[in-house]
Design a protein around this ligand. Structure first.
Ligand SMILES: *Cc1c(COP(=O)(O)O)cnc(C)c1O
Length: 224
């Protein structure tokens, strides 16, 4: 099937209020153009250099989401254009994003990445860390970042029950933070980014409103 056909198929499966991030990492500009011509405007990348190259070459009304792990020393390269950073996992990183956003005279929207998987390898914060971040004086003073939600990745497993438990725990945490922290200029939780090609239906059932889908749109990747 073509990229366009895949997109049409997925769009039918997800409700209209769920944002589809087309994960184009490792894929050439031609594949992105194909999706763009089928109406897709939100794309996700996991490497800052690759995303910056694509941003330079492709139409400027594309919204670029950084979905990968972010190194602080590279934030400056995407600060002029990135529309959402999914993988914020420390106050230190948020401080760097604040600094670079300010330099570019803009506000950068961020999601806090939560560790929900049983695997050791996945990045992310736990509940106490996220609460400490949100109540810190440093965060409260930030004027150029806006935390608009949470992101998480389930364990890579066939066990649907386990995936469901992990997604449900993230949704519960999302709801609890929402009710325990006042909405402010820089904190307004509305986005819950969870679900990839293999588990997006489950994720939506558990309350996701943003899915990050790569291989089901663009085909398998040669490397990650
Ligand atoms: C690669 C990636 C995806 C997309 O994965 P697929 O299984 O190809 O849909 C989603 N989220 C993150 C964080 C990724 O790195």
């Amino acid at each position: 099937m073509s990229v366009k056909e895949n997109l049409i198929h997925i769009k039918k499966e997800i409700p209209g209020d769920v944002t589809l991030v087309a994960v184009s990492k490792t894929k050439p500009n031609e594949a992105i153009i194909e999706a763009y011509e089928a109406g897709q405007r939100v794309f996700g990348e996991n490497k800052i250099q690759e995303m910056t190259d694509k941003w330079e070459a492709l139409p400027k009304d594309i919204e670029w989401h950084m979905i990968g792990h972010v190194q602080r020393n590279k934030v400056k390269y995407m600060a002029p254009f990135v529309s959402l950073i999914h993988g914020v996992d420390s106050l230190k990183l948020l401080k760097e994003i604040e600094k670079q956003a300010k330099k570019n005279e803009r506000t950068i929207s961020c999601l806090l990445q939560m560790h929900i998987a049983k695997e050791e390898t996945k990045f992310g914060m736990d509940e106490n860390e996220v609460k400490a971040l949100l109540t810190s004086e440093e965060f409260k003073k930030m004027e150029h970042v806006k935390v608009i939600g949470l992101m998480g990745m389930a364990t890579f497993t066939e066990d649907e029950k386990q995936i469901k438990e992990e997604f449900s725990s993230l949704k519960a945490l999302f709801d609890s933070i929402k009710s325990n922290h006042n909405t402010t200029e820089n904190l307004d939780l509305k986005t819950l980014s969870m679900g990839m090609s293999g588990d997006y239906t489950l994720a939506i059932e558990c309350g996701s409103n943003m899915v990050r889908i790569g291989s089901s749109i663009f085909g398998a990747r040669n490397y990650n």
